[in-house]
Design a protein around this ligand. Structure first.
Ligand code: MSP
Length: 507
């Protein structure tokens, strides 16, 4: 039987600097959802990459070389080095992306050309004159109304005044169609608050946009408008098509498009929920099934910024606490979709209470008791059922309530702790061996199932537990519906306590 496909994307990142914890947050979440869909047996395509045709990158390159007016070779050299840093970061963080797209690749040039031609032929591009302001930080045209003290409210820099001949995309032509689509497909924009924000933007503010720039020397050029570079957002959004073969591999494109989920930060929702679907409508392509916008987080209550010196490097955090501890903290601490705060203090609290004393301690106690009372061999099966747990778990992950899904897993951990406290296996060992065997089997089997539910979130930890059980490879072969069936753990299966999952933190 052909596997159901699942195509998930992160935004492609600007490479004027190396990744920080905010970027890692988006990528880790996408990784978790990719894993969840793999667990369910789907054919997952997980795309991330770098947004390279931006003025920000060029400015960073100029700073790097200590001069302006770089030649194309120098720019490309800088982009190659920076993009490699991003790729390496995700590798070091054990992110499981299927593909990594760079917008300076030939395959992307091919996709943009094909796309531009379609929109051009549709009659949705016209020549005009742009006179107004442009914020290079946002890479977007900005109106006087949006400025605060003459500056962009996000980047705190005055925008550039621009006067140039441009080509415009008839975005406003799609107003009614977009509103209608959003109304008929409420799951298209999530969470709900963001949907309302987008609707009001489309209704009241959305205008045609300039999609080429005359003065820009670095960027994609297309035959229709040879002397101008394609506006970086118009080019960047197309990456989601390029990644699955648009303009280069029709079979692949048919397999994976439309995307199931574009995961984005709340800062770039308008581009993804207004401009992008309008571009796709114009090009006659299906729209992505969902765009989900997550919140932003601060660092110890403050905005993350270089000048404050509080930029957190995800690789350093993962090195110190472990990949899974970082993943756990980010996914559990911040209700997905809302804003949050990152603090080392909270991370250490969560590490000690939930990971070391919670999950780690439970696994080590139960395996130690199996070793002590049953020579490490799984006792006889008893009946049980966790189907209610799985139902709720799936509901939450599928609605992207990732923090709730983790809560449910930790509820199960608490239930196991309660069973140990109530049944007191060390006392049963003296008087009731049958009951002892039942209690230990129940605990071992619950932990096996918890480990699988945990796998999308904390793959390393989950695999470590299943390795202690000696069943990782056998279970991998089984399908999802088998894994969550009670009784998967066989009598006589040898388990081993081994090392602690989460060593205590050094003070
Ligand atoms: N290049 C564009 C996206 C183009 S997608 C076709 C861009 N890049 S970015 O590097 O500036 O930011 C990308 C994403 O990083 C944001 O949307 C958001 O997902 C994430 N974050 C950046 N800073 C963040 C925080 N402080 N907190 C949470 N997420 C953050 O925009």
């Amino acid at each position: 039987m052909k596997k159901e496909k699942y195509y998930i994307t992160t935004p492609i990142y600007y490479i004027n600097d190396k990744p920080h914890i905010g970027h890692a947050y988006t990528t880790i979440t996408a990784d978790t959802l990719a894993n969840y869909n793999r667990l369910k047996g789907r054919d997952v395509y997980f795309l991330t990459g770098t947004d390279e045709n931006s003025q920000k990158n060029i400015k960073a390159a100029e700073r790097h070389f200590g001069k302006t007016k770089l030649d194309k070779k120098e720019i490309q050299e800088y982009l190659d080095v920076m993009s490699a840093i991003w790729q390496r970061t995700w590798d070091e963080m054990k992110i499981t992306n299927t593909d990594f797209i760079r917008t300076t690749e030939d395959r992307h040039l091919a996709a943009v050309k094909e796309f531009f031609t379609r929109v051009w032929k549709k009659g949705d591009i016209y020549e005009g004159f742009y006179e107004g302001l442009y914020c290079e930080g946002c890479e977007t045209f900005i109106s006087e109304k949006e400025l605060v003290d003459g500056k962009c409210p996000i980047h705190k820099e005055p925008p550039k005044a621009i006067k140039e001949k441009n080509y415009f995309f008839r975005l406003s032509k799609y107003r009614a169609e977009l509103l209608d689509y959003i109304e008929k497909n409420p799951e298209f924009i999530m969470p709900e608050g963001r949907r309302k924000e987008v609707i009001s933007y489309i209704r009241e503010f959305m205008e045609d946009v300039s999609i080429t720039r005359e003065s820009i020397k670095w960027g994609i050029t297309v035959p229709e408008v040879k002397d101008q570079a394609v506006y970086v957002w118009f080019d960047a959004l197309i990456n989601y098509l390029t990644g699955v073969g648009f303009g280069t591999d029709d079979k692949k494109f048919k397999t994976y498009w439309p995307a199931d989920l574009h995961l984005v930060g709340k800062d770039i929702i308008k581009f993804h929920c207004a401009l992008w679907p309008a571009m796709l409508l114009s090009a006659g392509l299906p729209l992505p099934k969902q765009v989900f916008a997550h919140g932003f987080f601060t660092i110890g209550g403050q905005k993350m910024s270089k000048s404050l010196g509080n930029v957190v490097d995800p690789v350093e955090v993962a090195k110190k606490y472990g990949h899974d501890a970082l993943r756990y903290y980010l996914l559990r601490e911040i209700p997905f979709g809302e804003d949050g705060d990152f603090s080392f203090e909270r991370l250490e609290e969560r590490y000690s209470s939930d990971l070391a004393n919670g999950l780690g301690n439970l696994v080590s106690r139960v395996l130690a008791m199996t070793e002590k009372y049953f020579n490490g061999e799984t006792p006889k099966k008893i009946k049980g059922d966790l189907s209610e747990f799985w139902k709720k778990y799936e509901e939450n992950v599928e609605n992207l309530k990732l923090h709730n899904a983790l809560n449910l897993i930790w509820e199960q951990i608490a239930i196991c702790d309660e069973i140990v406290d109530k049944e007191k296996p060390w006392e049963l060992a003296k008087k009731d061996e049958k009951k002892l065997a039942e209690v230990i089997y129940g605990l071992l089997e619950r932990i096996r199932q918890i480990s699988w539910a945990l796998w999308p979130f904390l793959p390393e930890t989950s695999e470590k537990i299943l390795t202690k059980y000696g069943i990782l490879e056998i279970e991998r072969e089984k399908g999802y519906s088998q894994l969550k069936k009670w009784g998967g753990l066989e009598e006589g299966q040898k388990v081993e306590k081994g090392d602690a999952l989460f060593p205590r933190l050094e003070k």
